[in-house]
Design a protein around this ligand. Structure first.
Ligand SMILES: [Cu+2]
Length: 267
């Protein structure tokens, strides 16, 4: 067997591997059970976030029950993610920032900023209409309102990183709005105005319920891409090469593949 004879199928495999690229695009669904953030007075509130990812296209359904009621009580909701975040909901230990301007009893209020190390920045604003970028994070006229929220939409575009983070279980759904003083409305109270938007009470922007998005199925493997050899006259060769490729991938492969491709180009 000459080197050329070996090289040809290796090129074939390299091409096969390359065409598997699109099949590796993020695809799948994820779900988050939303529960009260530790220390926030939203006992009895609950919710669910469901997300479907197809490449960089995202659709979602958001449901939340038991938060502050009424049409005048919008509940901002987002997918949060930070590469350096803990990929989880905040705990009592995150309630550690100094009192904000206008805030007294700061230990009683966990702010959106204090939750940042746990869940990261806003990456998707789960609005009912219009823009879904982080810029709409506090677009309070486009979120659900009251104590029984349930809506869906399917025209959200996300980055590849965010799509992958969601399927990797690193993204967190957070619904905001906490009536700390129980007066039935968003008011300044002892929380003061929001650190995120001084025109809104802090009660309107602090996080209430939260849950980590967990993928419901593994659909981001390139399995579909490498199993298409059947039917061709080179089926047997492909079968062997797929085994080889699997080893290369397992062994941290991209470099190995490039090395092989170089070798075959030279010969
Ligand atoms: Cu948020």
């Amino acid at each position: 067997m000459t080197r050329t004879a070996i090289a040809a199928p290796v090129i074939g495999f390299a091409a096969l591997f390359a065409t598997a690229g699109p099949a590796m695009a993020a695809e799948g669904s994820a779900m988050a059970d939303l529960t009260p953030i530790e220390g926030q007075p939203v006992e009895g509130a609950s919710g669910q976030g469901m997300v479907e990812i197809n490449g960089t296209s995202l659709s979602f359904t958001l449901a939340a029950q038991g938060l502050l009621a009424g049409d005048a009580a919008p509940h901002a909701a987002h997918i949060h993610f930070g590469a350096d975040a803990r990929h989880e909901c905040p705990g009592a230990g995150d309630n550690n920032a100094a009192a904000l301007d206008g805030e007294t009893n700061e230990g009683d209020h966990l702010t959106t900023t204090e939750g940042g190390p746990a869940y990261g920045e806003i990456v998707v604003s789960l609005t009912k209409s219009g823009d879904t970028s982080p810029a709409s994070g506090l677009a309070v006229d486009r979120f659900g309102t009251g104590d029984d929220i349930n809506y869906s939409r399917g025209d959200v575009t996300v980055t590849e990183d965010v799509a992958q983070a969601i399927l990797n279980g690193q993204a967190v759904v957070v619904v905001h709005g906490v009536d700390y003083d129980g007066d039935g409305a968003y008011s300044a109270g002892d929380r003061g105005m929001s650190d995120l938007d001084p025109t809104l009470p802090g009660e309107a922007t602090d996080p209430a319920i939260c849950g980590v998005l967990t993928a419901s199925q593994m659909t981001d493997m390139p399995a579909g891409g490498v199993s298409t050899g059947g039917g061709s006259t080179t089926g047997t060769e492909n079968a062997g090469l797929i085994g080889l490729g699997a080893l290369a991938v397992a062994g941290g492969g991209a470099a190995v593949l490039i090395a092989r491709r170089r070798t075959s180009t030279e010969s």
